[in-house]
Design a protein around this ligand. Structure first.
Ligand code: COA
Length: 197
């Protein structure tokens, strides 16, 4: 694997401010070591709910994961972002799917357990939905969660999404088949770019 220069807490060239000390930023292949460290530190918190820790095991797999997203961003069919608090990587978000032809996309999220309870994901998702709807003309933004994932479902509800139902046994995480609760918001329901918490 080619050596990538990594300065974990280097200030970003481009960042969207979420709170006084938190930002939503690019997450790129050169930051693979930092992502691998984050996943290792938060595995127990993330593994029951999202695939991240099932595919990122070390720097090499983190780089592969981030390169795949970089290639998807170039094709405009997926994107990944970092959430930083005081410069430290504390979470992330993805457009897991970004299907311009169908004008639909899906958001996925994660936080370190220590960064929960501050509204960072809700704020980040609002910025992403604003961009998807207002800048890119998306007409539907989806959210999928395990029905047992109350924290995730609370975010969907807080974003003003509508619960559409449960896809039975529709997803596989590790060696477990699981139900998927489908939530969404449509462009016409997402009125203001400056929605308050
Ligand atoms: C899902 C997950 C990201 C939610 O994290 P979260 O911190 O609860 O979500 P938010 O960042 O939106 O914060 C909401 C909390 O902050 C509080 N809050 C504080 N300020 C807030 C603000 N300005 N805006 C919104 N909420 C705010 C809310 O009251 C809420 O707290 P509560 O749960 O005690 O009521 C997190 O639980 C996680 O990483 N889980 C593991 C991975 C996962 O399940 N991902 C989703 C898969 S579908």
């Amino acid at each position: 694997m080619r050596e990538l220069a990594s300065e974990p807490s280097a200030p970003s060239l481009l960042a969207h401010r979420l709170t006084d000390d938190a930002t939503l930023e690019a997450l790129e292949p050169w930051q693979a070591a930092e992502l691998a460290k984050f996943v290792a530190a938060n595995k127990a918190h993330l593994d029951p709910w999202i695939p991240l820790g099932h595919v990122v095991h070390d720097e090499e797999t983190a780089e592969r994961f981030l390169r795949a997203y970089a290639e998807r961003a170039a094709r405009d069919d997926g994107r990944i972002y970092a959430i930083r608090s005081a410069g430290e990587l504390v979470g992330g978000t993805v457009f897991r799917r970004f299907e311009y032809d169908r004008r639909t996309c899906e958001i996925g999220v994660w936080l370190a357990a220590s960064a929960t309870g501050r509204g960072l994901i809700t704020l980040a998702c609002r910025a992403m939905i604003d961009w998807a709807v207002h800048a890119r003309g998306m007409l539907r933004v989806e959210w999928q969660a395990n029905p047992a994932n109350t924290a995730s479902i609370a975010v969907a509800r807080r974003l003003g999404m509508t619960r559409e139902g449960v896809l039975r046994s529709a997803s596989r995480l590790g060696d477990r088949q699981q139900d998927v609760e489908m939530w969404s918001i449509l462009a016409e329901e997402w009125s203001s770019p400056q929605r308050l918490p």
